[in-house]
Design a protein around this ligand. Structure first.
Ligand code: ADP
Ligand code: MG
Length: 362
């Protein structure tokens, strides 16, 4: 397979106006999405937001009530799953327990009537690719959870699919193994130039893995962008709260480039604020505020008292009660003992207007 350039504009998978209802529940409320060739696009959203339904519509296990699914030039909306040329790894889409790993991986090739010698060669190759050489003769239960997911991945890619779908594939693995598998999937997907749609509710996983992220809320895609865009410029209050840790202040635009916080304190706004009187959310990432050193000038300055400290290795998270009556979380690099703050210490901090990001409140 030739590697494609991720992010090229060549569309590969497209959903247009896809709606799926289950009785009174609208699982997909009109999905428009174009996945580029060779890109790993993550569908990120809370439980129940419609992620699995979206993947099932692409795979052919669910029919949309409205809309179309296209793979390249081909309309596949009503095609049976076996005719879609799609590889899949699901958290609960287990390996066949009574077949060896090699037999499991050979299965999609047998379905496609690939000659025996060719099957043997491809199974060997893919076992090496997913780092399971020599384990083809074992049964699934004789492998660890991580190894089983590698085998499932091997089965999904062995026939050279047009598209790879992964639905929370590492949910059952412990943290260290999960991180290892995330890097592994990324490496393989890049190496093979595969177009991939990855589903997760884990924002950290999404930020690490993705070329682009589509954030879902209640059956809709509320934002589509690069991990950096989604993190730095969330489009809504929901996205701001869902991705990464943030301080989110409710405020009212007061004119003169200021907004009033709920406690009546005025803070300078970044450019692009809505008209006076509008209610807005001011998002401030914890790494943005700075401790004030002598002679420094920042747009907003507060003093406060440290009420909680959490040591996180290279950084320390502080919860600080600002004067008057406003709490903020900041995350600063760890400094040597004696220099870092403790609970009860007083401190002065500040930020510039451009450190704030505006979102709608309602
Ligand atoms: P996610 O994968 O994001 O957790 P799902 O796509 O599984 O979300 O579900 C979206 C919504 O659709 C949920 O409210 C869920 O209960 C509902 N749903 C999904 N599948 C079915 C089904 N087969 N029958 C009835 N309701 C369903
Ligand atoms: Mg799901």
């Amino acid at each position: 397979m030739a590697a494609a350039t991720p992010g090229s504009d060549e569309g590969d998978l497209a959903l247009a106006g896809v709606v799926r209802r289950f009785g009174a529940v609208t699982a997909l409320a009109g999905i428009d999405l174009a996945v580029r060739k060779g890109e790993l696009l993550t569908i990120l959203g809370p439980s129940g937001s419609g992620k699995t339904t979206l993947l099932k519509v692409v795979a052919g296990f669910e029919m949309p009530d409205e809309g179309e699914v296209l793979l390249g030039e081909r309309r596949i909306t009503a095609a049976p799953p076996s005719k879609r040329d799609i590889g899949m790894v699901f958290q609960n889409y287990a390996l066949f327990p009574h077949m060896t790993i090699a037999e499991n991986i050979a299965f999609p090739l047998q379905m496609r009537k690939v000659p025996k010698a060719e099957i043997r060669r491809r199974v060997e190759d893919v076992l090496a690719l997913v780092d399971l050489p020599g384990l083809g003769g074992r049964l699934p239960r004789q492998l660890s959870g991580g190894q089983q997911q590698r085998a499932a991945l091997a089965r999904a890619i062995v026939f050279g699919p047009r598209l790879l779908l992964l639905d929370e594939p590492f949910g059952a693995l412990d943290r260290k193994l999960r991180e290892q598998m995330q890097l592994e999937v990324r490496r393989l997907q890049r190496k093979l130039g595969l177009t991939a749609l990855f589903v997760t509710h884990d924002q950290e996983e999404a930020l690490i893995l993705s070329d682009r992220i589509a954030v879902m809320e209640q059956g809709r895609i509320v934002q589509l962008g690069s991990p950096e865009e989604i993190y730095r410029r969330p489009a809504t209050r929901f996205v701001a709260g869902f991705i990464g840790e943030s301080n989110l202040f409710r405020a009212r635009v007061a004119g003169n480039g200021y907004a009033l916080l709920e406690n009546g304190v005025g803070v300078p706004l970044p450019p692009g604020a809505p008209p006076e009187g509008s209610e807005v959310g001011l998002m401030l990432r914890p790494e943005r505020p700075k401790p004030i050193s002598a002679g420094e000038r920042l747009d907003s300055v507060f003093s406060g008292e440290v009420v909680e400290t959490v040591y996180l290795g290279e950084t320390v998270k502080y919860r600080i009660r600002l004067n008057p009556g406003l709490e903020i979380i900041v995350r600063w690099p760890f400094r040597e003992a004696g220099e870092s703050l403790r609970v009860g210490d007083r401190t002065t901090l500040g930020w510039n207007r451009d450190d704030l990001h505006l979102v709608g409140w309602s």
